[in-house]
Design a protein around this ligand. Structure first.
Ligand code: HEC
Length: 163
């Protein structure tokens, strides 16, 4: 390259592209520092934990894995704690939701209904936990399916479908 300034300019352009890329193109990527991106990371973690707990609870309730009272009770109690953490993940402003998020804008425009659905899950899990506390797996088993129904009930209205 004959012109040293041109080379510097190209380097500069590459560097600024790298910076923009690192911040998710300025469009609120999942790895940036905005409150919206932090909220996205938080709720994704909460949702993945809910699934990690609901999976084994469901499998045991359907008899797909051997019943283990202790494991069942622990998963139900963990689920109770995690369900209570949902609302915190949807507080940040809607205007800059990261592109990677599957949350629909209706979460924020229908916040009362959305919050009610989070509360519905919480109440169902409370009922399940109470049943397990008093009568173990045998008492909780029949409540699992209806409890899990609250996950889909919220996703249907507030989460983008997979293509
Ligand atoms: C009050 C509404 C609501 C309830 C209740 C709810 N979810 Fe979600 N869930 C969402 C929304 C909205 C998203 C999309 C979040 C985003 O991408 O920003 C989501 C995303 C997810 C994801 C994808 C996470 C990822 O990897 O990006 C999983 C898995 C999930 N939910 C599982 C569950 C399970 C299991 C339950 C029930 C135990 C549940 N959810 C209950 C609203 C809800």
């Amino acid at each position: 390259m004959k012109n040293p300034y041109r080379k510097l300019m190209l380097l500069g352009a590459a560097a600024s592209l790298a910076i923009v890329g690192g911040c998710g193109g300025g469009g609120g990527g999942a790895d940036d520092d905005t409150p919206e991106a932090a909220a996205f990371r938080y709720r994704q973690a909460v949702m993945r934990l809910l699934a990690a707990k609901m999976g084994p609870i469901g499998a045991m309730s359907r008899g797909e894995v051997p019943t283990d009272e202790e494991v069942f009770a622990k998963n139900v109690n963990d689920l109770l704690t995690i369900a209570g953490m949902i609302p915190e993940g949807f507080g940040a402003d809607v205007s800059n939701v990261p592109a990677a998020s599957a949350a629909l804008p209706e979460v924020w425009t229908s916040m009362d209904d959305f919050s009610q659905r989070a509360a519905d899950l919480q109440m169902a899990v409370e009922g399940l936990a109470a049943a397990v506390a008093s009568g173990g797996f045998a008492s909780g088993q029949g409540l699992v399916q209806s409890t899990a129904g609250n996950c889909g009930a919220c996703h249907r209205n507030y989460r983008q479908r997979d293509e």
